[in-house]
Ligand binder design. Structure first.
Ligand code: NAD
Length: 488
């Protein structure tokens, strides 16, 4: 059967302009998900197009993705990214991936050895918050996580991402090989420190000498990543097949906007990503905070309130004047004042976000963004709220966002339909919901220490504001609650 590697492709398709035979596995990447394909892989491909080189990527998937990876192999590791903008669509075939390994298709031993090849310089990750096995309440490795328990008992046959990285670094040290840089590209605050805590937490349990060596020789640069990449659907794959002239089951579509800000701290070299427009900086935290609070915070607000109100996509929310105004005010009046960034025009940034959210071609589902709320709420909303509480400033829309999440995880939308809730804490959340009446719900859910810790729960202003917002949604429904809140 013809694939993108063998079929003639439509004329406007952009193809790799470099010699792919030169590629070696210099980057090993965990998590061949939607985002990585349209972001790091595409930007690395851009560097290769600009200057050639050997910066190939080996994709690793641990728990799923065997079908995707078989398909990727069948098409010579080429795949398509379709950038969908207001002025039309651009299909781009990415050539930067030179091999892939999957725990089901290949042996775990082969996967670990891949990390130990001498030329490997970077291990990057897009494995979502859960993949780091961090206890959100302490920020340290979660020693009660079953995968971590397993990896500490059998360190030479690890299953978790931190366990595999530590075993690979152990073997590299034993073999006198250079270490590698560990580059988290997940959308979690201070992602460099998160992955460092996970790796060092595991290494310390194994051997203090190994932990010391890692601390001395391995770097964990922080990154801010931005591009909206909805999960692939049958519809999006059919659209891409039409644009190419042949099916590509590994393809993904996304918006045209792309941003990557990286702390420039690499122990064994890196691609010249700046030639692809990547910003290399000393401190990524102010950038990350801006993105998490303004973009992701308003995205989550729209996801919970919008889903409850019956909006399937973010762009549908943006067609509603109240939701649009609420997102804009949330960004500028409630999130922007809590930020530390100095050299960005935040008014302009907010306007550009509204434009990106409005892109009707993207079909970014509110349900998808609403997933894993327990892992997202703290950095997207609660951190900003803490700043307001300390300054005694107003935050009505953030309160509505938190109450919107509570309403969402209570499991029924405003039309009375059941909600399919996906969250690592879903069992705990469901138990709290089942044990509480509507009027007890806020205090029941506030008992989730992993999300609200103790300071917020003990703050009467916080509790009262969320209770009031909850009442508003209960009384009016989500859409009218947004309108009522905007009247304040
Ligand atoms: P995805 O579900 O498409 O991909 C997630 C990948 O992580 C998959 O390959 C999966 O196999 C792997 N994974 C999941 N749990 C794992 C675990 N415990 N250990 C190892 N691997 C695991 O999701 P995505 O959209 O690609 O998102 C990935 C990351 O990128 C997230 O952190 C997300 O916040 C971030 N991000 C996504 C977007 C977007 O628009 N999609 C934008 C910015 C940032």
């Amino acid at each position: 059967m013809k694939t993108i590697a063998s079929a003639p492709l439509a004329e406007n398709v952009m193809l790799p302009q470099y010699d792919r035979q030169q590629l070696k596995t210099r980057i090993v990447h965990f998590g061949f998900g939607a985002f990585h394909r349209a972001h790091q892989a595409l930007l690395t491909d851009r560097v290769l197009n600009a200057q050639g080189g050997d910066w190939g990527i080996c994709e690793i998937s641990l728990f799923s993705g065997d079908r995707l990876m078989s398909q990727l192999r069948e098409q010579d590791h080429l795949f398509t990214v379709l950038e969908k903008g207001a002025n039309g669509n651009q299909p781009i075939v990415i050539g930067a991936v030179n091999e892939c390994l999957n725990a089901r298709l290949d042996s775990l031993a082969a996967i670990i050895e891949k990390f130990c090849e001498p030329q490997v310089a970077i291990v990057s990750l897009t494995i979502t918050e859960k993949g780091y096995c961090i206890d959100p309440a302490t920020g340290s490795l979660d020693l009660s996580n079953p995968r971590i328990i397993h990896d500490l008992q059998t360190p030479t046959e690890p299953h978790s991402a931190p366990g595999i990285i530590v075993e690979a670094l152990h073997r590299r040290r034993e073999r006198d090989l250079q270490p590698f840089t560990v580059l988290s590209c997940d959308n979690i605050p201070d992602n460099g420190h998160v992955v460092k805590n996970a790796v060092l937490g595991m290494a310390k349990k194994r051997s203090p000498e190994l932990a010391h060596w890692i601390q001395e020789h391995v770097s964990f640069p922080g990154t801010m990543v931005d591009r909206i990449v909805p999960a692939a659907t049958e519809e999006s794959l059919a659209e891409i097949a039409h644009a190419l002239g042949v099916a590509d089951p590994c393809a993904i579509s996304c918006e045209p906007f792309i941003q990557w800000v990286i702390e420039d701290n690499f122990v064994c070299g890196r691609p010249q990503w700046e030639t692809a427009g990547v910003q290399m900086v000393e401190n990524v935290l102010p950038w990350e905070q801006m993105k998490l609070r303004m973009l992701n915070g308003s995205h989550s607000f729209l996801a919970y309130l919008g889903y409850l109100a019956g909006f399937q996509h973010i762009s549908d929310c943006m067609q509603d004047s109240a939701f649009r105004e609420a997102a804009y005010r949330l960004m500028l009046s409630e999130q922007a004042p809590t930020l530390q960034i100095t050299d960005v025009d935040l008014d302009q940034y907010a306007l550009s976000l509204l434009e990106r959210f409005s892109n009707p071609a993207l079909k970014h589902k509110t349900w998808q963004i609403a997933m894993d709320g327990s892992q997202k709420l703290p950095q997207r909303m609660l951190e900003g709220i803490r700043v307001h509480l300390s300054r005694q400033s107003e935050w009505p829309l953030l309160a509505l966002g938190v109450a919107g999440w509570m309403r969402y995880v209570s499991g029924v939308d405003d039309s009375g339909s059941a909600i399919d809730i996906r969250d690592p804490l879903s069992e705990k959340i469901a138990a709290l919901v089942a044990q509480s009446t509507e009027s007890e719900r806020v205090s029941a859910l506030l008992s989730l220490y992993e999300i609200f810790a103790t300071d917020l729960v003990q703050n009467p202003q916080f509790v009262a504001a969320v209770e009031q917002a909850w009442q508003r949604i209960a009384q009016y429904g989500a859409r009218q609650a947004v309108i009522e809140t905007l009247k304040n």
